[in-house]
Design a binder for this molecule. Sequence first.
Ligand code: PLP
Length: 376
Amino acid sequence: MSLRPIAAFTPPSRLLLGPGPSMAAPSVLEAMSRPLLGHLDPAFVEIMEEIKDMLRAVFRTENRMTFPVSGTGSASMEFCFDNLVEPGDEVVIGVNGVFGGRMAEVASRCGAHVIRVEAPWGHIIEPAQIAAALDGRRPKLVAVVHAETSTGALTPIPEIARLAREAGALMLIDTVTSLAGCPVELDEWGIDAVYSGTQKCLSCPPGLAPVSLSDRALAVATSRTHKVQSWYLDVNLLASYWGAERVYHHTAPVSMNYALHEALRLVLEEGLEARFARHERNHHRLRAGLAELGLEIASQPGHQLWQLNSVTVPDGVDEAAVRGRLLRDFGIEIGAGLGPLRGKVWRIGLMGESSTADNVDIVLNALGQILSENAA
Ligand SMILES: Cc1ncc(COP(=O)(O)O)c(C=O)c1O
């Protein structure tokens, strides 16, 4: 086969205001273009240590088993279930959107007996629902998505974590969209296992996926009856790569680690509280501007995410056509609804670097223009 000459790729200019990836700071992108080091080079090992320290600060935990899995958020989701669940284990999983459903699927592939606690899409998982599911049960694990990116709902965790602990279960949370955008307090909330991703509020390209296990969770993972089914995600092996021994396991994505190092450095330089306040402020700015356009946020009032806003598509408006025009004519990416929300909502992400007052005004002006032309 003869292949025509292929030009080098130059991406078009985009303002990323969808469900991720978010915009990355120039210094994060620049970090990725720095010269490669061997992944066991002492200088690289030094930044691995700094990444672990900074992740502990961002997760607000003392957990020693805290590091980034090489892969995206779904890999870190699999890491948690693969290591903590064995065939026949009972697990309780909150399902109020795509990612709760994905957790249930991953857990069942690990051979778990999954008890699904369902809430309507856009609503939170209520502690009373978890309490009812735990009544008379001693499951291995309770798992909930903190920030459901598919709907824009933020499920409060502390009460659910307390119930899990009382039932003798490990508590696992998905913080792919919440981490560094709103408070995540692993130790204060009593969380045993957590996973996240780099491409949302950390504002780093997709490719690494932070995880953290409490000593309790680690004890479960290191005293299993069956070997962890995934060799790649086995914490028993990864621990000696990310730990003091530095035993070769896989080749860490060196440039992605440079990027995460810089992204975490920027998060901590801004300060977590200031970063949360910025996300909250820009969410309110967006919500007020949407109201002026006659639009509203679809997720449960009182539990709406700051960093991901599901906006109800007005009757008679072709949601895909509006998104298409935003991308084509304004260079703005927003997200579509998924599952039962398909065609019914737009998802506007204000995550990390993307969460600025200017970006809010830019997307509101563009939306306003398109909708007024539609109405004319
Ligand atoms: C809440 C949540 N969990 C898990 C994932 C999966 O992450 P990834 O797409 O990086 O594999 C996502 C991705 O959007 C997410 O939003």
